[in-house]
Design a protein around this ligand. Sequence first.
Ligand code: BGC
Length: 794
Amino acid sequence: MKKLFIALGLALCATAVFAQPKLQKNNIDEVLKAMTLEEKATLLVGSGWGSMVAGAMTASNETLVSGAAGTTRAIPRLGIPQTVLADGPAGIRINPTRPGTDQTFYATGFPVGTVLASTWNTPLVEELTTAMGEEVKEYGADVLLAPGLDLHRNPLCGRNFEYFSEDPLLTGKMAAAYVRGIQSNGVGVSSKHYAANDQETNRMENDSRINPRALREMTLKGFEIMVKESDPWTIMSSYNKLNGTYTQQSYDLLTTILRDEWGFGGIVMTDWGNKAGTAKAVIAGNDLMEPGMDNEIKRIVDGVRNGTIPEADVDRNVRRMLEFIVRTPRFAGYKYSNKPDLAGHAKLVREATPEGLVLLENEGVLPLKGVKKVALYGVGSYDFIAGGTGSGNVNKAYVRNVAEGLRVNGLEVNADIEKWYGQHIALKKTEAANNASGSTGVLLGDAVIPEMEVSRSFIDKMEKVTDIAVLTISRNAGEGGDRKAEDGDWTLTGSERKMLQDLCDSYHVDGKKVIVVLNIGGVIETASWKHIPDAVLLAWTPGQEGGYAIADVLCGAAYPSGKLPMTFPVRYFDIPSSFNFPYNYSGTNSMNPLGGNGELDEDTAALAAAFGFSIQKQPNVDYTEYKEGIWVGYRYFGTAGKEVSYPFGYGLGYTTFAYSAPAVKVTKDGTVTASVTVKNTGAAAGKEAVQLYIAAPAGGLVKPVKELRAFAKTRELAPGESQTLTMTVDPYTLASFNEATSAWEMAAGEYKAMFGASSEDIRQAVTFKEAKPQSWPVHPVLLPEKPIEEIKVK
Ligand code: BGC
């Protein structure tokens, strides 16, 4: 009898083993049912921290893809593989070399997000990210942690270079194009950082406090457009709090708005950390904790056992994880080559980059003619900055500098000047390597090499033997810190100013020209010096082919057609958010100076009280009030009539365009179709980005004098050639958010459609009528504890 029981038991066990389902696309329910609680929790937590490799946080994924930022955990019993998550957004970030092989794994350094936005060309962005996605797939990753689409709320945010624009529509359209391109390869994205991660200072704890209108119209709008127009596989919740709650623990943000209102169907993962409130994150709909630690698994298991996490919430998140996993190349067993088309992508990047370069000034000097010998100044001319620092930095095989670019375009770079810079750069790099203070921290990477002092007599001597001077001015920034409103960052240093003035004084005497190239990650002050040189080319940090692309533009082998995705103000303090940003924060890192998790624990608070200390939370560090409301960038400057250095949407080219035949049709449901004909009236070929701004009828909600509602770019037009551009705007896009009714509202009445070459250069305008008002009520959620006192603009 006993033997019979044992045999029966063994048989049952065997059946159970054999009955174990293996994950397939069509058996997710069955697999979910077969999972133990521990297994479910395991799937919701990534496989852990590794070492800080090459300047960013990377998990220990040496066995899968070396240097990738994270992985999910495998459950072999159920046929669930690990998946690999690697950083972006300027290309896939992985380790370029691996032990035991001579093969290299460099990735293409694509133009950063700001450059992509400066192209105003969504098909081009999609083409570039289609190429980028091929590298993601061929290097064995499943998800690229990109794009970054927080708003350029303030120009000093250290990660603005990764982000697109001060305008949410441009942001959302660019992000959607980016996502479509990557995902066309059958790999996913993780669009980040959702939401209001608009500063790096104390980014883990800072509380972004925002009124509902600014939140809906500005902070969230880009994400909304991106979700609706591109179906991202995943979204990354940010580190910060939003109106008092960590975004990763906000049900309103991750479920009510993201899924219920916008229809997001993918997974949400945390940004790389380990916050204590794992239970809250699970309930909120944050499916995956990254990079993941065992204590998070325990918290989930304990939470279900002690009733603080409903098991149904765990199941819901696990189901979404399984749905994600079955989409991945790793699940399909894709045999990646580790040999993406790097040569093809380099060519594509070189050709595309000029579309993101913005010509700010050109007093008849560009493209260069009759010039052979170049005096090339500025550290960045030789040590070019391709992209920002931190997790957004791509390990690329090379970076083309301006000197190389000029040479391949047939110009001669003065050898004496090049030699001096070579020595200066080598010396500063050695000093930095020998001296810890030469680095601004692990995440920030190396500081920009300080400019070399160049004497006027040297400049004069070189002037005699060269035809033209080019000066590159460099700035860099990155994850973990914000920029400062001070010399050497926002403004030029004394020695940069002196060099610029000396060069111009010296060269102008002999009728020779001086060109400034700006190799910068974000906006700097330009109003005080922009008229001194003869041309200013804003190159941003445009990726590995930057030096080639710049020289192609300077020499006329390519033409610039970029336009600014943000305003360049005259002064930093002209910006409405200037005082509501840590513009002068002198803390040494991004952690809360109060320590801990940003809250004073009860003991410390009691101790402080006993000693009579009152420890206040520090504005702009522990919390940031978005007092500018919706008045970000051109919305403010245009409406307040405040002078700017360069307006949003501005950029010169090598030709001119005339706009004619503006027309607007409105369908019965209120959809607007606007068209305008653009003619190349100059002597060179060119492309023109046309911006459709719309002014709403007076009365009702206070609105900016104009808001970008659509844009389009022509194909390359030969001199004399025309193209009619047609843009569509649905009524919802015309709507503003009414806090009193918690609804998007589009007023009836007379609107004005303005076709602009920039926000301040409106070339044609027509009015149209919306017959009846429309409204879209949404959940009255995510309110600040008390309303933020906003500035009044009109
Ligand atoms: C950054 C993310 C990045 C992640 C993984 C975080 O510190 O904020 O943008 O994707 O690290 O490297």
